[in-house]
Design a protein around this ligand. Structure first.
Ligand code: FNR
Length: 382
């Protein structure tokens, strides 16, 4: 129906309908250092390219006359029935991607209208309470970068719990920043100074550490943030403490090794968020290649997967390899850059429409039917 009613002819779509088109439009729109911050990654960027080509190695088996005219893409996660298996992974600078510099609120509003959960980064331009309030009835998750100040970590998690978030995602792969040549070349981080720190600046524990409030001396507050942000000494021994921070579901993001999955499970973690941070942190293997072993080790624990999803078929493939739900980063980041809330909503609806159509045309009516058997290896288009 869309071909007749809207998307084409005299009434073209308002934003690009492919990832390449979105990236090109964002490149036009954003200040070049900010664009490179989002688009770039670690080292020679082989990992982020491999994240994408890993999906291209798989094809989907077509089944005919399967009665898949009506599809159900809903999934269950921590007792929530989600309309689709898609999440918005945390993007720390999403706050400054939109014209009004309230990209976190735009993302939350898009989450409220679409039902696609937002994983809200620690690095937000608005306090987490404001973001939680904009989520409406859609469950949201709070992502913690564990600071080296334990009281501050506890305060952030306590606030997220009180604000109504449905789970805490602790990101483990960014205890210090990766080697990112584009950002090094542009000296991006001084550029980002003061950006996306409002969530910290509003925290009572963070404020108690400062000689003057951030409103009076933002420079000193920013410097304090820089020395507190990461905790390089965090180890598995600290999992008991992390677990004790909340009764909410606890997810560990960045885990891609089966032994680490088992340690997490033994430590009382509720779900694994398998990710290589979109190739922005370590130069490593494509996360997708590691997913099946992670799913096997996770046993009954849910596994959320991100890194490299660019299209509807990619969603289907990650689910078939065992993910309970999937996340995207750059695709919705570009949507935010080119259209704010409406841009994000457009990107989400295109991806979900394509995933739905991919399932239907291949003869799969529900997510439960997506098992490894529906994939064929060695499909590489090149
Ligand atoms: C990220 N990512 C990220 N992850 C996280 O846990 N906390 C964060 O604050 C951020 N910030 C961030 C900023 C930008 C600009 C990008 C592109 C990514 C990683 C993100 O959550 C996710 O793991 C990847 O983006 C997934 O890969 P794709 O979809 O971008 O290929």
């Amino acid at each position: 129906g869309l071909y007749f009613t809207g998307l084409g002819g005299d009434n073209p779509p308002p934003y690009p309908v492919t990832f390449a088109g979105l990236e090109a439009a964002a490149r036009e729109k954003l200040e070049h250092r900010l664009f490179d911050y989002v688009a770039g990654g670690a080292g020679d960027e082989h990992t982020q390219r491999a994240n994408v080509t890993a999906f291209e190695q798989w094809g989907i088996m077509p089944r005919m006359l399967a009665g898949a005219a009506e599809r159900d893409l809903s999934v269950e996660l921590f007792g929530h029935r989600l309309p689709t298996p898609l999440l918005m992974s945390p993007i720390g600078v999403i706050g400054v991607m939109t014209d009004d510099e309230h990209g976190d609120l735009a993302t939350a509003a898009a989450s409220a209208t679409s039902g696609v959960p937002m994983v809200a980064s620690t690095l937000m331009q608005d306090p987490l309470e404001d973001v939680a309030a904009a989520l409406g009835d859609t469950p949201g998750f709070f992502q913690l970068y564990t600071p080296n100040d334990r009281d501050l970590a506890e305060s952030l998690v306590r606030r997220a719990d009180a604000a109504g978030f449905s789970g805490i995602v602790v990101t483990l792969d960014t205890w210090t920043l990766g080697y990112r040549p584009r950002d090094l070349r542009h000296a991006t981080f001084p550029q980002l100074r003061g950006y996306c720190l409002a969530n910290y600046f509003s925290d009572p524990v963070f404020r108690s550490r400062l000689a003057a409030p951030p409103e009076e001396d933002p420079e000193a507050a920013t410097m304090h943030w820089a020395t507190t942000f990461g905790n390089p000494t965090l180890t598995w021994d600290d999992l008991t403490w992390l677990r004790s921070l909340t009764d909410l579901p606890l997810l560990l993001k960045g885990i891609c090794h089966p032994d680490d999955v088992r340690r997490a499970r033994d430590g009382g973690v509720d779900a694994i968020y398998c990710s290589n941070h979109g190739g922005r942190q370590a130069a490593t293997a494509p996360a997708l290649d590691l997913l099946p072993a992670v799913v096997e080790a996770a046993d009954a624990m849910p596994v959320i997967f991100d890194s490299g999803l660019r299209s509807g078929p990619d969603i289907v493939k990650a689910l078939a390899l065992g993910a309970t739900a999937v996340g995207i980063g750059r695709p919705y980041g570009y949507g935010a850059a080119i259209g704010g809330q409406a841009g994000i909503e457009f990107v989400l609806s295109c991806l979900l429409a394509e995933a739905d159509l991919t399932m239907g045309l291949n003869g799969y009516a529900s997510i439960a039917e997506l098992t490894p058997d529906v994939l064929v290896r060695g499909w590489d288009r090149k």
